[in-house]
Every structure is written in structure tokens, then in C-alpha cells.
Write a protein that binds this ligand. Structure first.
Ligand SMILES: [Zn+2]
Length: 84
């Protein structure tokens, strides 16, 4: 099953990670947990689990990027019909 660029129709695609989401959820979540740890130290135990979980999601949900026009999209949200 080959993916095709919805914008220009190119098959030259590359998988790219969702860096912004990873930084927002992984980094932001860890900061919140770190701050909460001053109130209840139990939250510090969750930080490595949170980071690992964020990394797992990051690794398993890459976006597709077109090498021709640079468009990025999520192949799971909008499946692209390929003409055979
Ligand atoms: Zn394209």
C-alpha cells in the first residue's frame, strides 16, 4: 500500500516525527509533573514513565512529508486513495 501526496501526487515521501507535539506533551507534561513534585514527591516517580510514554507515542505516530512540495500530513487521519 503506497501513500501518495494529496497535494502534488508525488510518491517521494518521508516519515517525520511530530516534534512539536512531542515537545509540548513530553516536555510540558514533565515540567508540570516536576512542579507538582514539590507538593507531592510521588509525582517525580511518574516523570520517567511520562517521558517514556510520550516517546512511544512519538515513535509510533510519525507524519508523512512530501519531498516534492514539503507538505506534511497525518496518514491515519486522512487516508489517501491511491489510483491503481
Ligand atoms: Zn507533494
Amino acid at each position: 500500500m503506497r501513500q501518495q501526496c494529496p497535494q502534488c501526487g508525488s510518491y517521494e515521501l518521508a516519515k517525520v516525527g511530530q516534534n512539536d507535539k512531542f515537545l509540548k506533551w513530553g516536555g510540558g507534561g514533565a515540567l508540570v509533573l516536576f512542579a507538582l513534585g514539590f507538593v507531592a514527591p510521588g509525582f517525580w516517580i511518574i516523570i520517567p514513565l511520562w517521558m517514556f510514554g510520550s516517546l512511544a507515542v512519538y515513535m509510533s505516530h510519525p507524519l508523512l512529508e512530501c519531498k516534492e512540495c514539503g507538505r506534511q500530513w497525518d496518514p491515519r487521519k486522512r487516508p489517501v486513495e491511491t489510483k491503481s
